[in-house]
Design a binder for this molecule. Structure first.
Ligand code: MLT
Length: 414
């Protein structure tokens, strides 16, 4: 008899963003004339910049000619892209990461979800609450949790990120083996300083633990002293793996490209307590299960780092951050507390006594604005909503006006 993985029964019926998309579709079907502005899932709206399109075209043209055509590429990514990433994202910022420590992939969602395959089932996990659901759900699927009770999975060490602690996870009271961190944070938009990250690196070293560091939003950092990579912290290479993405940085959500950094000295331990180097393990997994990102997409990703690419991509990010400013100012003017939106495209709004799904429904039905209910990110998100800055300026201004009107009966447009 073919048997199912029972761990799937522990999961909520559907993935957060699929759930939201379904609700919005249902609303749209019932209200075909209603204008809907999507500030929910963090999906970019701006076209790929000209430099990236040029790189993409070059790649496609090479595929059209027998002399330059490429079949299977290296699973880890072409050297031209790995070298470019290592220099621009790490070495130029003082982080000693080499090209062969970079594994190019189809995005950070897949890598953050897949990486847990390398660890034993009975390790102790520390996960922030609220959290990007992929970290948690993939560990549920793998059988690292108990049942879901009262908003939480048994067996997980949750690190509450609340106003009282500036939405920063605190070191757990008990010893843990694997720690998920994300800065700038999704969903709260909070950031961590070098000193704050150092505490985690020191903890990981002392406890023989590993940090999975999601830096998918580093390009949105505005305050320069903030670290963009965990490898800006001394000693991190032994105890941290970092995930990056071109999705939000350069508009690749539909194009798909990201990368994971697994330093050569980064280690875990086998059941005998012997050191095992993660680089070799991930390389084994990646080469077995992944056949590389398409050549034109890697050419497009390389173009993100060209002189014109850097300027054009920065302009797009600045535009999204201008949207974030507008959202922050609007929610503040309505008397809401919020965090984020300064070094992150997400604004985490305290709905006070409102339940986050009720707040979501209210904004959808009264303002036609889609946000993400905080409860979808964990128990600590139950009174919050997340508003994303990914849309056009025009739509963000309109959305904020509709939001104001829905909540106060006043519109700034009138
Ligand atoms: C989000 O909205 O949290 C992200 O877009 C989801 C993702 O990157 O997969």
């Amino acid at each position: 008899m073919i048997r199912a993985n029972d761990n799937y029964n522990k999961l909520k019926a559907s993935y957060l963003f699929s759930d939201i998309a379904k609700k919005v579709d249902e609303y749209q079907q019932k209200n075909p004339g209603a204008q809907i502005i999507r500030l929910g899932i963090g999906d970019v709206t701006r076209a790929l910049v000209p430099a990236v399109i040029k790189g993409f075209h070059q790649g496609v043209d090479e595929m059209a000619n027998d002399a330059t055509f490429r079949g299977y590429g290296p699973e880890q990514g072409y050297d031209f892209l790995r070298q470019t990433i290592a220099k621009n994202d790490f070495q130029d910022r003082g982080a000693d990461i080499s090209a062969d420590e970079i594994f190019v992939s189809d995005g950070a969602k897949c890598d953050t979800g897949n990486f847990q395959e390398l660890f034993a089932t009975d390790i102790k996990l520390a996960i922030p609450d609220p959290v990007y659901p992929v970290y948690l759900d993939t560990n549920v699927m793998a059988g690292r949790t108990g049942e879901f009770e009262d908003g939480r999975y048994n067996g997980i060490v949750y690190m509450d990120c609340l106003k009282e602690n500036n939405f920063l996870p605190r070191l757990p009271d008990e010893s843990v083996d694997l720690i998920y961190l994300c800065f700038p944070n999704n969903p709260t938009g909070s950031t961590a300083t070098k000193a704050e990250l150092k505490v985690w690196v020191d903890y990981a070293k002392e406890n023989k633990a590993l940090i999975l560091f999601d830096a998918a939003y580093e390009a949105f950092i505005r305050e320069e002293p903030l670290p963009r990579s965990i490898y800006e912290i001394e000693g991190a290479k032994e105890v941290a793996v970092e995930f990056r993405s071109f999705s939000k940085t350069a508009g690749f959500t539909g194009t798909r490209c990201g990368f994971t950094v697994v330093p050569k000295e980064c280690m875990v331990f086998n059941s005998k307590g012997e050191k095992i180097f993660l680089h070799a393990m991930w390389n084994r997994r990646h080469t077995t299960k992944f056949n590389g990102v398409s050549y034109p997409v890697q050419k497009a990703a390389q173009a993100v780092y060209s002189e014109e690419g850097k300027v054009q991509v920065k302009q797009q990010i600045d535009d999204y951050m201008n949207n974030a400013d507008i959202i922050r100012k609007t929610v503040a003017s309505l008397g809401f507390d919020y965090v984020g939106g300064k070094n992150s495209p997400y604004i985490w709004v305290d709905g006070k006594d409102r339940d986050s799904w009720d707040f979501f429904d209210l904004l959808l039905t009264k303002a036609g604005v889609v946000c993400t209910p905080g409860a979808g990110f964990g128990k600590c998100g139950r009174q919050y909503i997340r508003i994303s800055a990914f849309n056009s300026l025009e739509n963000v201004i309109l959305a904020m006006d509709k939001l104001k009107e829905a909540l106060t009966g006043r519109s700034s447009a009138k």
